[in-house]
Design a protein around this ligand. Structure first.
Ligand SMILES: *[C@@H]1O[C@H](CO)[C@@H](O)[C@H](O)[C@H]1NC(C)=O
Ligand SMILES: *[C@@H]1O[C@H](CO)[C@@H](O)[C@H](O)[C@H]1NC(C)=O
Ligand SMILES: *[C@@H]1O[C@H](CO)[C@@H](O)[C@H](O)[C@H]1NC(C)=O
Ligand SMILES: *[C@@H]1O[C@H](CO)[C@@H](O)[C@H](O)[C@H]1NC(C)=O
Ligand SMILES: *[C@@H]1O[C@H](CO)[C@@H](O)[C@H](O)[C@H]1NC(C)=O
Ligand SMILES: *[C@@H]1O[C@H](CO)[C@@H](O)[C@H](O)[C@H]1NC(C)=O
Ligand SMILES: *[C@@H]1O[C@H](CO)[C@@H](O)[C@H](O)[C@H]1NC(C)=O
Ligand SMILES: *[C@@H]1O[C@H](CO)[C@@H](O)[C@H](O)[C@H]1NC(C)=O
Ligand SMILES: *[C@@H]1O[C@H](CO)[C@@H](O)[C@H](O)[C@H]1NC(C)=O
Ligand SMILES: CC(=O)N[C@H]1CO[C@H](CO)[C@@H](O)[C@@H]1O
Length: 421
C-alpha cells in the first residue's frame, strides 16, 4: 500500500510539474483497484491486455508487444499513471482505447507495422506523445484532441494530416519523415525547446498561425508555410530544402541565434519586414532563383558572421549598423559591392574578414582589427553557430533529398545542438 501510494503521488507530481492543465484530472487522487498497480508490466497475450483493461485507473509502466494480437483493446481504462507503450505488435491492425483520457508519462506507439486504426477518442492529456514507425496509420485517432502535453513527436508514419494536437504550449513539436502527410495545422502558441518539421512529404502545407514564440525552429522540405503570428525566435531559425517561393515572417522581431536560409530551389523572395536583430550567424546560400535579399529593411544588428551567396541583382541592409563577425558575400548577379564596402569601411563589420565579390569585381581584407578580439564572447558564439550551419548544409547537400533523409535530419539536430553552446 505504501509503495502504491508513493508511485501514485510521484506520477501526479510529475504530471503537475510537466504538462497538466486540467485540475480535475491532476489533483484528484486516483482510486486504484487491486491488481491495477503494475511494475514494468509487459503484455504479450490478450489475457494480459485484459488485465490492464479491467482497470479504470492503472498505475505503472505498461508495454504491449508481440505477435499475439490482431486487435488490442483497453476499453474501460481511463487513466494510466506511468508510460504506456505499444511496440512491435506486428500483427495488430487496431488499437482501441476509447475511454482513455490521460497518460501521465510517455504514450508511445512504435514499430507496429500494420496498425491502421487507433481510437484515442477521449485522450486529452499526455506528457509525451510519440508515434514512430507506423506506416499503415493514416489518422491520429485523437478525436477530442490533446490539450495538455510537453512533447509531441510524430515520425515515420502513414499519416495524411496531423490534427488533434490542440496544445497551447509544447517543449518539443517534432514531425519528421512522414511521407504522406499533406497538412500540418496546429493551434500551438509557443514551443519552448524545439519545433522541427522536416523531411515529410514534399507537398506538406504547414499552418502555425497561432504560434507567437519559439526557441529553435527547423523547417525542412515544406511546400508552404504560414506563421503569421510568430514574433520571436529565441534560438535559431533554419529554412532549408523547401519548395517555398516566398518566405515571409511578417511579425518576427528577433532571432536569438542564427538564421539559415539555404538550398531552397524555388525561393524567389524574402520578407522579414520587422526583424531587427539576429543574435548569431546570418546565412543565405544556394537558393538558385533568389535574386534579391531586400526584405530585411529593419535589420540593425547581426551577432555572428554574414555569409551570403547566389545570383543577386538586388540586396541591401539599409538599417544594419553592426555585424559582430566577418562578412562574406558572393554574387554572380548584377548587384555591386559598393554598399557593403561602405559598411565595412565605416567599421560596422567587427569581424576580421571582409570579402565581397559582385558586379564590380571582388574585394577582400582579412586583418586583426584593433579593439576586436576574434574570440570575444558574442563573436565566438556567432562564429560557432556559423560553422555548424555551414556543415549542416554541406551534409544536406551531399545527401540527396530522398536517400539521405536520416543523415540530413541528424545534421540539422547537430546544427541546433552546436548553436546552443
Ligand atoms: C491552461 O488553459 C488555460 C485556458 O484554457 C490557459 O489560459 C492556461 O495558460 C493554460 N495553462 C497551461 C499551463 O498551459
Ligand atoms: C478536465 O477533465 C475533465 C474530465 O475529463 C473534463 O470533464 C473537464 O472538462 C476538463 N477540464 C478542462 C479545463 O479541460
Ligand atoms: C517512461 O518513458 C520515458 C521515455 O520514453 C523514460 O525516460 C522513462 O524512464 C519511463 N518511465 C519509467 C518510470 O520507466
Ligand atoms: C520484434 O518482433 C520480431 C518478431 O517477433 C522479433 O524478431 C524482434 O526481435 C522484435 N524486436 C524488438 C525490438 O522487440
Ligand atoms: C494571432 O494571435 C492573436 C492573439 O492570440 C489571435 O487573436 C489571432 O487570431 C492570431 N492570428 C492568427 C492569424 O491566427
Ligand atoms: C523566449 O524568451 C523570452 C524572453 O526571455 C521568454 O519570455 C519566452 O518565454 C521565450 N520563449 C520561448 C518559446 O522559449
Ligand atoms: C554558399 O555558401 C555556403 C555556406 O557558406 C557554402 O557551403 C556553399 O558552398 C556556397 N555555395 C556557392 C555556390 O558558393
Ligand atoms: C520597419 O518596421 C516598421 C514597423 O516596426 C515598419 O512600419 C516599416 O515599414 C519597416 N521598414 C521596412 C524598411 O521594412
Ligand atoms: C574593410 O575595412 C577595414 C577597416 O575597418 C579596411 O582596413 C579594409 O581594407 C576594408 N576592406 C576592404 C576590402 O575594403
Ligand atoms: C525590387 C527591386 O528593387 N528591383 C530592382 C533590382 O535591380 C534592378 C537593377 O539592377 C532594378 O531595375 C530593379 O528595380
Amino acid at each position: 500500500m505504501q509503495f502504491k501510494n508513493l508511485i501514485v503521488t510521484s506520477a501526479l507530481t510529475g504530471l503537475a510539474l510537466g504538462a497538466a492543465n486540467n485540475s480535475t484530472l491532476t489533483t484528484a487522487t486516483p482510486t486504484v483497484a487491486s491488481g491495477c498497480t503494475f511494475s514494468d508490466f509487459t503484455a504479450t497475450d490478450s489475457a494480459q491486455v485484459a488485465q490492464v483493461a479491467a482497470c479504470e485507473t492503472a498505475v505503472g509502466d505498461i508495454t504491449v508487444q508481440g505477435t499475439a494480437f490482431g486487435a488490442i483493446d483497453i476499453t474501460g481504462v481511463q487513466a494510466i499513471y506511468g508510460n504506456f507503450t505499444v511496440q512491435n505488435a506486428t500483427q495488430a491492425v487496431t488499437l482501441n482505447a476509447p475511454t482513455l483520457q490521460i497518460v501521465s508519462g510517455t504514450l508511445e506507439l512504435n514499430a507496429n507495422t500494420i496498425l491502421a486504426t487507433v481510437n484515442f477518442a477521449q485522450l486529452t492529456t499526455v506528457d509525451t506523445l510519440h508515434y514512430n514507425a507506423l506506416p499503415a496509420l493514416e489518422t491520429t485517432g485523437l478525436t477530442t484532441g490533446i490539450t495538455s502535453a510537453n512533447s509531441v513527436i510524430i515520425e515515420d508514419t502513414g499519416l495524411t494530416s496531423l490534427d488533434g494536437i490542440n496544445v497551447f504550449q509544447l517543449g518539443t513539436f517534432n514531425v519528421n519523415n512522414n511521407g504522406d502527410i499533406e497538412s500540418i495545422n496546429s493551434g500551438l502558441e509557443s514551443v519552448t525547446d524545439l519545433l522541427s518539421i522536416s523531411y515529410n512529404a514534399e507537398k506538406v502545407d504547414v499552418v502555425l498561425d497561432k504560434l507567437t514564440s519559439a526557441n529553435n525552429v527547423i523547417f525542412q522540405s515544406v511546400n508552404s508555410l504560414s506563421t503569421k503570428n510568430l514574433t520571436s525566435i529565441n534560438g535559431s531559425l533554419s529554412v532549408t530544402l523547401t519548395s517555398l517561393d516566398t518566405l515571409e515572417f511578417s511579425l518576427l522581431k528577433s532571432i536569438g541565434n542564427s538564421l539559415t536560409i539555404a538550398h531552397n530551389d524555388e525561393l524567389e523572395s524574402l520578407d522579414f519586414p520587422v526583424l531587427t536583430s539576429v543574435g548569431g550567424a546570418f546565412q543565405i546560400s544556394d537558393n538558385p532563383l533568389l535574386t534579391s535579399f531586400d526584405g530585411f529593411g529593419n535589420l540593425s544588428s547581426i551577432g555572428g558572421s554574414v555569409n551570403i551567396n547566389g545570383t543577386f541583382d538586388n540586396g541591401t541592409f539599409s538599417a544594419l549598423t553592426k555585424v559582430a563577425g566577418g562578412f562574406t558575400l558572393k554574387t554572380d548577379g548584377t548587384l555591386s559591392c559598393s554598399e557593403f564596402e561602405q559598411l565595412n569601411s565605416s567599421g560596422d563589420i567587427k569581424g576580421d574578414k571582409y570579402y565581397c565579390s559582385g558586379a564590380g569585381g571582388a574585394s577582400s581584407s582579412s586583418s586583426h582589427k584593433s579593439g576586436n578580439s576574434d574570440s570575444g564572447s558574442s563573436t565566438a558564439s556567432g562564429s560557432s553557430a556559423s560553422g555548424s550551419s555551414a556543415s549542416s548544409t554541406t551534409k544536406a547537400a551531399e545527401a540527396p533529398a530522398n536517400s539521405g533523409k536520416v543523415a540530413a535530419v541528424f545534421a540539422g539536430f547537430a546544427a541546433i545542438g552546436a548553436a546552443l553552446f
